[in-house]
Design a protein around this ligand. Structure first.
Ligand SMILES: Cc1ncc(COP(=O)(O)O)c(C=O)c1O
Length: 332
């Protein structure tokens, strides 16, 4: 199959760029220094590729991701780095032999872990992002309660998501250090061997975490592309030019709001200026307008939600489709 045979819009991944990203990360964070986040790709085939390069575990954001990895026969230690109030499905997976760590940040989520049959937890600590996480100074007391209830408290996690959009490396580094001071304090109170944190933005700047939860590095996006990072844009949205208006100087491609996430702004098209998107259209201009039927590639602004809009990912070597991977970890 050739790339020209694919129906559009479609997610296409350049195999060489993906390989570059996987190997650069494996070299920077060997073995268990990386716990790749599968939410960026929601694809068990790619999770296998990540594990083949050294990590012993994966990070997940939904029960469905954990469930899907187990269903795909993947062996590893899965950290659900998110709060849940019904851990029954996770408990069933544990009973079936799966190795699962669950984040808790309150009495309620601790009770859910116990009631659901989860036996290993980490304390999720708030390190500055107004999202989940217990206050650092309260983590030790919750860990004490968890141990009294018989749980294995493996350590802490803290997601410094408020620093990941800072484009200047020095700013990102300083903000990471501040956040990680909070996490280190909590880690000292909680005990255990795990300090899990970090992202693609600071995989090389976070020196406190024992493991980094990076996800987007596999595919990248235009937001991360503006940062000083050693990863290549591996994923594009393939689209077809369906209309051209030479009088007004624009062309229209068949990928719109329903093919990509827009929370980080418009997608980019090399050599073109994107005007706006509609449900099923991207209107753009370029010095030399394409003709109807031309194929173009768009770089999405935010990779994770973009991938979750699609059923499959096509892997390309040049213009040959060498593999097609289902985005099988979608849903909840
Ligand atoms: C809990 C958690 N850890 C890590 C990440 C880092 O992911 P990425 O490397 O894609 O920025 C995220 C992203 O939102 C996250 O929610």
């Amino acid at each position: 199959v050739k790339v020209t045979d694919l129906a559009t819009p479609a997610l296409v991944v350049d195999a060489a760029a993906l390989e570059h990203n996987l190997s650069v990360m494996a070299e920077a964070l060997p073995g268990t220094r990386l716990r790749p986040h599968v939410k960026a790709h929601k694809c068990s085939e790619l999770a296998k590729e990540q594990l083949r390069r050294g990590p012993a575990g994966l990070t997940c954001s939904t029960i469905r991701e954990v469930d899907g990895l187990v269903a795909a026969g993947i062996k590893g230690e899965f950290l659900l780095a998110n709060e849940v109030l019904d851990a029954t499905r996770l408990g069933e997976l544990v009973a079936g032999g799966a190795s699962i760590l669950l984040a808790v940040d309150s009495e309620e989520t601790l009770t859910a872990a116990i009631d659901g049959g989860v036996r290993q937890i980490v304390l999720d600590v708030n390190v500055g992002l107004p999202r989940c996480g217990i206050a650092p100074q309260k983590a030790g007391a919750l860990a004490y309660k968890a141990r009294k209830a018989g749980l294995d408290v493996r350590g802490v996690m803290g997601y410094e998501g408020h620093v990941t959009a800072m484009e200047v490396t020095k700013d990102r580094q300083a903000a990471t250090a501040t956040a990680m001071e909070l996490l280190a304090t909590a880690a000292a109170d909680v005990g255990g061997e795990i300090i899990s944190a970090g992202a693609t933005a600071n995989f090389h700047l976070n020196t406190v975490a024992t493991e980094i939860q990076a996800g987007s590095y596999v595919f990248m996006d235009s937001a991360y592309g503006r940062m000083d990072l050693p990863f290549r844009q591996a994923l594009h949205i393939l689209a077809t030019v369906i209309s051209v208006n030479p009088r007004q100087g624009y062309a229209v491609a068949d990928a719109g709001l329903k093919a990509m996430a827009m929370d980080h702004g418009n997608p980019e098209i090399d050599g073109s200026k994107v005007w706006f998107l509609s449900d099923e259209h991207t209107t753009f201009s370029s010095e030399e307008l394409p003709v109807v039927g031309d194929r173009i590639r768009l770089t999405p602004g935010h990779i994770d939600p973009t991938v979750a809009y699609h059923d499959r990912i096509h892997i390309l070597e040049g213009d040959r489709v060498v593999d097609t991977w289902p985005v099988d970890l979608r849903g909840w």
